[in-house]
Design a protein around this ligand. Structure first.
Ligand code: HAM
Length: 416
């Protein structure tokens, strides 16, 4: 049997790959305008980074990581997310010593052993950013604005922003104690997963998707009743700054998110075109993460990750499908001498950043078939007569019109 791509992974072929490239280029442009610069971290890390950073009791760490032992026995893991790696790099390179807030972005693959379905893969790509070094709510608002700008720059409209505060350890500790007590009373009615989490990590019960848990989850108290004054003020300021920016949001008290490092602001962007996996972006603040990873100095931060696979789906939906790849010029030589001239013409045009395809010498009918398959805008016909005259036949493939052009005229026509 032939070997196929591993379950939950996929090949991204042209023309779809062109959309990915376009999205990445648009995103890099937006990051630059927010003074956010790229960081590239390794694809694999020591497993301990994620168990300590993301949290032992999360789905990601407890059942979704691709971990393996290196030959020296060290446990390594293909990164399931990149926030922990960015903070590790921040600590390792003493980036706290460099003046100012660190604003870092990344684009690349992540790996989680989830059940594959539409919009959910085992290898997927994230476009994300982390802003480290400030706990100001002004940064939270700017980071959320950055996500909104990225979606807008890629032509994605109509997403919903959900936001919440999960408080600081003090507020959350009191809330968790209350949740534990409430959940204990309903333990037998909960799903098996939630029964376990009610004891080990009660916050996780709030984002249970199991219908069996819903009647109980709906009656649980809101974290907002437990936020202390500082947390409340931080959250109010984030909302105020979003209002200033005309960014609409829905306060969603049960939005605790699936990773344990969050403090204060958490948020998600949902998009209707995506079906069940409708979160196009998730993010939040993580003021204690650096310390959890061994930093002696605090490094409060906030960030987000957009699911690039889902962003591509939303972009394709907004455009009503995939555009076929098009080619500005197809050079169609009918003889060996014409082919050699064609190759030189192609070289000059490519030097001027025009995409050109040169066919090997062939009969006219065959060349026109190839030009049509390549979806060429123009075809340049070169035969021995054209070579002798120094004029080639330029055919507009849409109108079918053909006229003689000199080589010097080509660039202006193609760029026009
Ligand atoms: P997350 O919510 O786990 O957060 O993932 C962020 C986004 O990645 C999701 O909203 C979704 O669009 C995409 N995503 C996650 N899993 C998959 C999958 N299996 N297939 C396709 N797309 C997926 C994080 O990863 C955090 N690191 C976000 C963050 C950055 N928080 C602070 N800074």
């Amino acid at each position: 049997m032939s070997i196929r791509a591993v379950k939950g992974t996929r090949d991204i072929l042209p023309p779809a790959s062109a959309v990915w490239n376009e999205i990445e280029e648009n995103s890099r442009r937006v990051f630059r305008t927010f003074n956010v610069h790229e960081i590239r971290t390794p694809i694999f890390e020591e497993t301990a980074l994620f168990s300590r950073g993301v949290g032992e009791e999360t789905d990601i760490v407890s059942k979704e990581m691709y971990s393996f032992d290196d030959r020296d026995g060290t446990s390594l893991t293909l990164r399931p997310e990149n926030t922990a790696s960015v903070i590790r790099a921040y600590i390792e390179h003493r980036m706290d010593q460099i003046a100012g807030v660190k604003k870092l972005y990344y684009i690349g693959p992540m790996f989680r052993r989830e059940r594959p379905q539409k919009g959910r893969y085992r290898q997927f790509s994230q476009i994300g950013a982390e802003v480290i070094g400030s706990d100001s709510p002004a940064v939270d608002a700017e980071v959320i604005e950055l996500v909104a700008s990225l979606l807008e720059a890629n032509g994605v409209r109509g997403s919903r922003l959900l936001i919440n505060s999960v408080g600081d350890p003090d507020s959350r500790g009191r809330y968790i104690a209350r949740l534990k007590a409430d959940l204990e009373q309903h333990l037998p009615a909960l799903s098996a997963d939630s029964q376990r989490r009610a004891v080990t990590n009660p916050l996780r019960v709030l984002d249970s998707k199991d219908p069996q848990d819903q009647p109980i989850v709906e009656k649980l108290p809101s974290i907002h009743e437990y936020l202390n004054d500082a947390c409340r003020e931080h959250f109010a300021a984030v909302c105020r700054y979003l209002d200033d920016r005309d960014i609409a949001y829905e306060v969603t008290p049960r939005l605790v998110r699936g990773l344990d490092y969050y403090t204060h602001t958490t948020f998600e962007f949902l998009h209707g075109a995506l079906g069940a996996q409708n979160a196009i972006c998730g993010g939040g603040r993580y003021n204690g993460l650096a310390e959890a990873l061994g930093s002696k100095v605090p490094a409060p931060g906030i960030g987000f990750s957009i699911g690039e696979d889902r962003l591509v789906m939303a972009v394709e939906e907004a455009r009503g499908g995939l555009a076929a790849l098009s080619l500005p010029l197809f050079i169609a030589p009918m003889t060996e001498a014409a082919f050699r001239r064609g190759a030189l013409i192609a070289r000059r045009l490519r030097g001027a950043e025009v995409a050109v395809e040169v066919a090997p010498p062939a009969k006219l009918k065959r060349l026109m078939e190839l030009a049509n398959k390549a979806n060429a805008r123009y075809t340049l016909l070169i035969g021995d007569d054209e070579l002798a005259q120094g004029h080639y036949g330029l055919k507009n493939m849409a109108s079918g019109e053909q006229r003689p052009v000199a080589e010097d005229e080509l660039l202006a026509i193609l760029k026009g």
